[in-house]
Design a protein around this ligand. Structure first.
Ligand code: COA
Length: 244
């Protein structure tokens, strides 16, 4: 918008580097680091899976973006919409366009079993963005969702964790099984599509979810990963096809 200048000027043209603009527009990325965690999941067929949950590394972003493109054509169980959103959120880390995002990978011997991501809205509230399972019927979704709540309360020391659900499997996995209450809608809307906010408070986490969810529902352990497990999952292995 151009307006008439209400004074005389010594200088009437300004030029500056785009780095100044970047300083204005870039979102801060200061989410606290997460320790790599180990989970032994017992899948529905009774098999044990040693899963490492760790943050994505910078060099893994491009291959992951490539892999996520495959989800765009998966027109079932809401994989396409969730995949499209996760793609944009991962790209936002690379382009520095989302505030304090975290992005975890679930890995078994380097193979991707799933992902979980979210962001810190402020000091008190952690926003759960998405959970995706790429190995199905393993039960990886439960422990990946749990890892985000654990991160919010145990690492970031926040007060609330806000989720919403695009799919029935997502809602069953966490909304139903964690018995998450919701805030009145439409007065309160989650940033994903303006849907309901299902929330978990620190009190509910400590008193009811933290220990029970793992044993009763997530069918897994959750503890700090050993050096050997981290080493085993150092290299991310992505399939060329989506088999979900
Ligand atoms: C939501 C999600 C993370 C849950 O992962 P999960 O807990 O590991 O569970 P799965 O997806 O493997 O399975 C969910 C259910 O579908 C069933 N299922 C999975 N694949 C199946 C198949 N090929 N045929 C029949 N049933 C199948 C599972 O047995 C399970 O049912 P159960 O609990 O009664 O056994 C995963 O379904 C997913 O990534 N969905 C797409 C993205 C999404 O919706 N994310 C959540 C956004 S809110």
């Amino acid at each position: 918008m151009k307006k008439e200048i209400p004074t005389k000027l010594r200088k009437s043209e300004y030029t500056f580097s785009a780095t100044w603009l970047e300083g204005m527009l870039q979102a801060p990325s200061g989410a606290p680091p997460m320790k790599p965690m180990y989970s032994e999941i017992t899948s529905r067929d009774g098999n044990k899976h040693d899963v490492l949950i760790r943050s994505i590394k910078e060099e893994e972003i491009d291959p992951m973006l490539n892999f996520l493109k495959l989800t765009l054509d998966a027109e079932y169980d809401y994989y396409d919409i969730v995949g499209a959103r996760v793609y944009a959120e991962l790209l936002a880390i690379k382009r520095k366009r989302m505030k304090d995002e975290y992005f975890f990978l679930g890995l078994e011997n380097g193979h991707l079993v799933g992902i979980a991501n979210g962001r810190l809205m402020n000091e008190d509230v952690n926003i759960s963005l998405h959970t995706m399972a790429f190995e199905r019927k393993v039960g990886a979704g439960g422990i990946l969702f749990y890892s985000k709540a654990w991160y919010a309360f145990e690492v970031c020391n926040q007060q609330e964790f806000w989720a919403t659900f695009e799919s029935y499997n997502g809602w069953v996995l966490a909304g139903l099984r964690m018995a998450l209450p919701s805030y009145p809608w439409p007065d309160n809307q989650h940033e994903l599509g303006g849907a309901k906010i299902f929330y978990l408070t620190k009190k509910l986490w400590e008193e009811e979810i933290k220990d029970n969810y793992l044993g009763q529902i997530a069918h897994g352990s959750f503890k700090e990963a050993s050096k050997e497990l981290i080493e085993k999952n150092k290299k991310l292995i992505l399939s060329e096809k989506l088999e979900i």
